[in-house]
Design a protein around this ligand. Structure first.
Ligand code: GDP
Ligand code: GDP
Length: 436
């Protein structure tokens, strides 16, 4: 089930990124370790009480060289298209501006729930400043202060109230949902056409969810599949083309809804920042991942080329060491027939359950070979482990003190688990808990 999406819109300087950062909190993300990514983070997972959601700071989406008013108008349109709930943010220290009214005008066009928040209300005396904003026509404004972290609880309560009731997952459990993600021109549409066995633009479409994603269902060898968001691949509108961040955003939505993500690289070109960024999201979202190097026909090569390319991929995508790599050509169909069997395999691994007794044998054996570390005279003791979830496989390890579990030892346990069971293509998660 995919998480609801919240978007923050508003003219510049009202405090969108401040609020975004407050709501997101101190999330540590692998993607953030990649240079050049931190500054422009505009999409993150977040939670409030029992609700998990994704949040977008539309202020970070720059649309070419468009003039100021056009920019904020496009941002509001993106919010309407991508979000389930919109936070319309204004600045309580100024009265309603023309730009606020412009945003409001765009937002009137949607039926999606909109929550109006008045920022920079840093103390209770300033509350009366919110009354001005009733005139925008979105009901009661919520006073908040991004700098002081005030009012966010009430705001998020209201936002959560407006989340869609049940995400209508229309596909039965046995359907494998996958998406092709990659930069424009990597060959994603061509690959899809080669799966579907014709060279026409995909015609079979079904509105997949309450949202606007358009999916292509099909069946091969008795196995049902759905290709997620093939519309996103064809959607080459003005906004989509002119902003890399928007295309990344769309990719992230498709990733959320998939079981398996095919990271499609353009074999003719090197690996780029954007490839790593979206692959990083797939990993963090716990999806099975396959790296597909397309246009292999166009690559000048000898017997070493594939190994060298593989090595380069492994260096760039360190966190995806479990992902199988395929070298294909949508044009000549070389090895395209291998893609579906690999999707089947990693999908199976993604939902594999391991027996507790076997798992604990592996853990005991690992500890015997490489004793757990000690810290300030205290040694980590592992009592037992159990698998608590699939998609991705998630293990809880009960110990005397979780503080004693270091990253490197966790990694060692993960590797032992991987050597003992076939988790090719899927991330696995290890959660350390104190035994109570
Ligand atoms: P954005 O352009 O909408 O993303 O706005 P920013 O988050 O970059 O904030 C613009 C300015 O307003 C920055 O100088 C922030 O420090 C300031 N700011 C943000 N929230 C508050 C707040 O609650 N109170 C006050 N006094 N200043 C704030
Ligand atoms: P998308 O933007 O990722 O969906 O990419 P397209 O499928 O639209 O392909 C972009 C361009 O690359 C088109 O001109 C395709 O004909 C070409 N192309 C796609 N796959 C291959 C391939 O395997 N080999 C070669 N040589 N060209 C390809």
């Amino acid at each position: 089930m995919s998480k609801p999406v919240v978007a923050i819109v508003g003219r510049p300087n009202v405090g969108k990124s401040t609020i975004f950062n407050r709501i997101v909190g101190e999330r540590i993300s692998i993607v953030e370790d990649i240079p050049g990514v931190t500054r422009d983070r505009i999409y993150s997972s977040a939670d409030w009480l029992t609700h998990e959601f994704n949040i977008i700071d539309t202020g970070g989406i720059e649309i070419g060289d468009e003039p100021f008013l056009e920019q904020i108008r496009s941002q509001a349109e993106i919010a309407i298209e991508e979000a389930d709930v919109i936070i319309f943010l204004v600045n309580g220290r100024e009265s309603v501006t023309t730009a606020d009214e412009q945003v409001a005008k765009i937002l009137y066009k949607t039926k999606k729930p909109i929550v109006l928040a008045v920022n920079k209300i840093d103390n209770p005396d300033m509350r009366e400043m919110i009354y001005d904003f009733y005139s925008l026509g979105f009901g009661e404004p919520f006073p908040i202060s991004g700098s002081h972290g005030l009012g966010l609880g009430d705001l998020l309560d209201e936002v959560a109230k407006n989340f869609p009731q049940e995400d209508e997952e229309v596909y039965p459990d046995d359907v494998i949902k996958f998406s092709l993600i990659g930069r424009p021109n990597a060959g994603k549409s061509s690959l899809v056409n080669s799966f579907l066995g014709n060279d026409r633009v995909i015609v079979s479409e079904v509105a997949g969810t309450t949202r606007d994603a358009i999916d292509s269902p099909y069946e091969y060898d008795g196995q049902p599949y759905v290709i997620i968001d093939t519309a996103g691949m064809r959607k080459r509108g003005k906004i989509y083309e002119s902003t890399e961040k928007y295309s990344v955003l769309r990719a992230l939505r498709a990733i959320e809804r998939s079981d398996v993500v095919l990271v499609v690289l353009n074999g003719e070109e090197g690996i780029q920042e954007q490839d790593k960024k979206i692959a990083g999201y797939a990993h963090e979202a716990g999806k099975a991942v396959i790296i597909v190097v397309n246009k292999w026909d166009a690559v000048e090569k000898d017997e070493k080329t594939m190994n060298e390319y593989t090595k380069r991929i492994r260096e760039h995508f360190l966190f995806l060491d479990y992902a199988p790599i395929l070298f294909v050509s949508a044009k000549t169909k070389q090895r395209v027939h291998q893609i579906l069997p690999v999707i089947n395999r990693v999908s199976e691994n993604h939902s594999m359950r391991v027996q507790s007794s076997l798992l604990n044998e592996v853990i005991e054996d690992a500890v015997a070979r490489n004793p757990a570390p000690s810290d300030k005279g205290r040694r980590l003791r592992i009592y037992y482990a159990t698998q608590v979830a699939i998609k991705p496989p998630t293990f809880v390890v009960f110990v005397n003190d979780p503080e004693l579990m270091h990253f490197s030892y966790e990694r060692f346990l993960e590797n032992r688990i991987r050597e003992s069971f076939d988790f090719e293509g899927t991330p696995i998660r290890i959660i350390t808990r104190a035994r109570t």
